[in-house]
Structure formats: structure tokens, C-alpha cells
Design a protein around this ligand. Structure first.
Ligand SMILES: O=c1ccn([C@H]2C[C@H](O)[C@@H](COP(=O)(O)OP(=O)(O)OP(=O)(O)O)O2)c(=O)[nH]1
Ligand SMILES: [Mg+2]
Length: 149
């Protein structure tokens, strides 16, 4: 099924590319930095990077902001809150929270691709409060209880 998702370029960002897929079957739309001037992220520093656009999705969708593996592998640049969550009712500018986990400063240029956005269907769920939960073999086991590591 194909969903229509509205995106709106925000004033002053006409030169910033809108989210775009880099290959025909790419899962994510790459997001571009709307920084006004080159932005240096020092090792260990986190920055909230504007993208220059806002969006409106049908109620059953969410958008996830994920790191780009190339930036992560080559420079240690990743999303701190990965995956970031864009709610269907959010109308503000989409922003990307980056952190530099590398050992050297990294400079983001205006209109550079900094992250990607994957849009997914969120099942409509109702939470039902109960006194007893159904039993399972796993029960309360977790956090590695099936192995030694
Ligand atoms: O990487 C992100 C994460 C969030 N947002 C925007 C869209 C999202 O709908 C809103 C709220 O995000 P979230 O629910 O993760 O943050 P919160 O700390 O719970 O804030 P709020 O109280 O506004 O929900 O912020 C972004 O632009 N980029
Ligand atoms: Mg929230």
C-alpha cells in the first residue's frame, strides 16, 4: 500500500534538498542538514540539526530517524536517540540529534546528508489493564537467561 505523506519546505531553506531515496528500493529517505554555516561537532558533543522541512503523515504512520552507516563507520557520527520518533501529529521542523562518538571533530556542511528517515505503520493498539497475565514457558526470564553470556 502506498501512503501520501506531506512534506513542506520551511522558509529560508529553498536550497536544501527535500528527503530523498538514493536508490529505487531504499528503505530510508536521506535527510539533509539545514545548518546556516558549517557546523563542527567535537568528539563527545551532541547537536540538534535542523532539516528545513516539516511533515504531516496519516494517523497510522510514524517516521523513524536513523543514522547513516557510512557516517557512523567512518566518523563515529550517529543519532543519539536512535531511532528518533516523529509522531504523526508533529508539525514542527524535523530535527536530527547527532552525537560524535569518534575521536576527531566532524564538520557538517549545509545540505549534507546526515541521517535517514524510515516511515512505518504503527498498529493501532489499546492497552487493557488486567490482574493476571497469561502464562508462558519463558515467564519472567530475560536479560540473557537463556545463555551464559
Ligand atoms: O529525532 C527526533 C525526535 C523527535 N523529533 C520531534 C518529532 C516528535 O514528534 C517530537 C517529540 O519527540 P519525542 O516524543 O521523541 O520526544 P519527547 O522528549 O517525548 O518530547 P514530547 O514531550 O514533545 O513528546 O519531536 C524530531 O524532530 N527528531
Ligand atoms: Mg514524546
Amino acid at each position: 500500500m502506498t501512503y501520501d505523506v506531506e512534506i513542506k519546505q520551511l522558509p529560508g531553506n529553498e536550497d536544501i534538498s527535500l528527503p530523498a531515496k538514493m536508490s529505487e528500493l531504499a528503505a530510508g529517505f536521506d535527510l539533509y542538514a539545514a545548518v546556516t554555516e558549517p557546523l563542527v561537532i567535537e568528539p563527545g558533543q551532541r547537536v540538534l540539526v535542523p532539516t528545513g522541512f516539516a511533515m504531516a503523515m496519516p494517523a497510522q504512520l510514524e517516521a523513524q530517524i536513523r543514522p547513516r552507516s557510512g557516517l557512523a563507520y567512518k566518523h563515529g557520527i550517529t543519532c543519539l536517540n536512535t531511532p528518533g520518533t516523529i509522531d504523526a501529529d508533529y508539525r514542527g521542523e524535523v530535527k536530527v540529534l547527532l552525537i560524535n562518538l569518534g575521536q576527531t571533530p566532524f564538520t557538517i556542511e549545509r545540505n549534507e546528508r546526515i541521517a535517514q528517515m524510515v516511515i512505518q505503520v504503527v498498529p493501532q493498539v489499546r492497552l487493557v489493564t488486567v490482574d493476571e497475565l497469561s502464562e508462558t514457558v519463558r515467564g519472567a526470564g530475560g536479560f540473557g537467561h537463556t545463555g551464559t553470556k
